[in-house]
Design a protein around this ligand. Sequence first.
Ligand code: ADP
Ligand code: MG
Length: 872
Amino acid sequence: MFNFLLQKKLSKFEKLVNKTKKFEPILNNYSYKQLKEQTTILQKKYNKDQNLNELLPETFATIKEAIKRATGLKLFDVQILGSIILHYGKIAEMKTGEGKTLVAIVTSYLNAFSKKGVHIITVNDYLAKRDYELAYKIFNYLNITVGLVKPSQIYSERKKQYLCDITYITNSELGFDYLRDNMAVDLDMIVQRKFNFAIIDEVDSILIDEARTPLIISGPSDSITDKYIKSTEITQKLEKYIDYDIDEKIKSVTLTEQGVLHCEKLLKINNLYNINNSWIQYLLNALKARELFLKDQHYIIKNNEIIIVDEFTGRIMEGRRWSDGLHQAIESKEKIKIQQDNKTLASITYQNLFLLYSKLSGITGTAKTEETELDKIYKLEVIEVPTNKPCKRKDLSDLVYKTEYNKWQAIANECFDMYQIGRPTLIGTTNVQKSELLANILNELQIPYNLLNAKPENIARESEIITQAGRKFAITISTNMAGRGTDIILGGNAETMSKIVLINYIQIKLGFRTKNQLNKIEENITLILKNLKIEEIKNIIEENNLETIIEERIANKNINEIIYNTYKQILEEYKLIFNQEKKEILDLGGLYVIGTERHESRRIDNQLRGRSGRQGDQGSSQFFLSLEDNLLRIFGGDKISILMQQLHLDENTPIESIMLSKSLNSAQKKVESYFFDVRKQLFDYDEVINNQRQAIYTERKRILESNFTRDCIIEYGESTIDEILFLYDKEINISNRYNLIAQIYKLLNLTEKFNTKQIIQMKDRQIKLFLYEQLRITYDLRESYLEQLRPGLVRQLEKYYLLQQIDKGWQEHLEKMSLLRESIGWRSYGQQDPLVEYKNEAFNLFINMVTYIRQTVIYLTMRSRLIINMKE
Ligand code: ADP
Ligand code: MG
């Protein structure tokens, strides 16, 4: 049934591919000017009936023609198929090297006609820039504006980029801009438009791997750092399994009863859980820091700061901090300066950020294994697109060694053999530490290699290393998916390589760099470089504009210009060398990928394998595992250890057993579903805050956009009156009733003397109308008084108070919500679902916050004279 439906859908899509082709011969003959006019023509058609689907074939054919003219590449049918899938708001699974960058560009062109903006989202700044440059070149032929958001831009520049038809941006820039926009105190500071359509490149990395950590904007708060240090000291005196237990699976630590007593004794207090002086989070964090968060695996230390390493990509995540005091606990463990506790000012998860788009789509090489999650949370269907040429890669079955030691020896030997014959090999490792372990063994064996991991000095060379990873004799060690988005071309990428060599050479000649980064440079290339007259370019180049200038010159293609001329010669030479190398490498079997551990999901394993065998090349992949690997140790269960004892294994012979493979697979699925649960839970809990966030952000925007905030103030005042009168109605005690009225008078700053008896004798409705009237009269007086002081000031003040109090209220609310979340975890509810409990309490907190905001705004505006005096 399912297949049948899918078949039907695909055949509909295939028809569209054929329809697209019909336009090709016509467009082929168009002049430069005619092609450019296509955008205006198509745009007009769209404006008439607002139907993008109708326009798809002609539009796709048009951009296909533009791509051909701008890059010389002719799109494959499978690429058009991918673009169609994206247009229909789905995920297209297309393998590495299939040309996904262009696929996204095609879809973005069609969707640009709505003029509401298209975002193309990438995993890092390097890719955003690279893809933007390509798109820019192509859209030059079509009168479409393309923008790029970069971390260094100020808000006015950002705004410009967001206003383009198509905008390239990383997921984190997008998220932080969203949060900042919703903290803006001036309409001009808002940079983003309403989210319309997004194409997410490497979509699994963003919607799945990154979805575990929310984006947080935080500001300093005033808490004490002593507790962290003290906790670190105390936990050093605790004993594993006696004072505390660890659950590696869910990364949690618990104190045993004995441990609680022990801590209380050491701290000389009688209750760790005392709400007013709680120690428990500090101690648990200190234990976590000690047992579960390891240097060079989960974080690195750079410039005396703890920097998180993304477990999946091996990338460092600058500026991100673990929340709820964990980061400080690690700082304390490492004896570096403990940064102030940060208060969350705004936060959002990627799940909810991307759900803000009217239409969402994505591409990646690996999504099929996570299709349930993508469907459940994002309502995104995954459709596999066949490769352009059949995949010839051989995925060999796993080799399992008894110990880790044997495993690494075997891997090193394999590298040695490959290096001897010159076959390029890529070894994927799960963390920095292990990548260095292998690097050390290779050092001993005197095998040259390139190392790509989260260490800052390596990141700078990332794309360059990946560019060379397909060359003969290249041995590349890489953490997980470093260099994601850059594909490995057998023999090497001549364009990138030529650019790097040229930049490098000029840098050295001008004294900006002392050592050559590259392993070796061919003699012919050196000869070409020697002919480059450095004096001629010396004056125009400075250290900080060097790369830009060289890139510009290369893009301009003026053969009489010295830099381009040299580049062109190097390029020709490299093309020859690389073509020859490619042939030799194919004879050797293509790129060889070695996995050193099964990852936390099959998807990540597939990512690694997918590095090899691009565009129908030869290639193979092999995983080397050991019985001591984390996956088997933690999730393998008893079967494995029993097996271990039963088999009298020779240390150096790998095992291949069906039972073992089965255990491995089931362990991996267990981990996958565990992490899915974690993300699902984060999503469910965040959904509660998300609804509140949308409500607050909408209110905030209404105020920000309003030119007449007086209405808001009066509205807040009336609601405040209503709320208190609601209590008043239910109250029977006269003196309490009196107090409630007094409270209203105080909040509204009503100075007029009033007669309690009179009020209390009024009917409910009368009281209300009377107080409403008092509110208006008092506010009119205040307003005219302020107008006298300075015309227009009152509106500014109103806006200021409204925004200030909403932000303050929301931030305090976030803090309470996070405490609530924690305490829900601790409490035991018997049969009750903690999520339901959380929802109820969250609702109450929200109502309290709204009331509090209204009341303080009213209180402050009604007294605004004082503030003015202070300001003046
Ligand atoms: P992916 O993102 O799918 O891994 P990229 O978009 O990075 O792939 O493209 C990989 C390489 O394939 C690039 O060098 C690109 O220029 C090339 N490429 C893309 N489309 C085509 C095509 N239709 N014909 C030839 N080469 C192509
Ligand atoms: Mg890509």
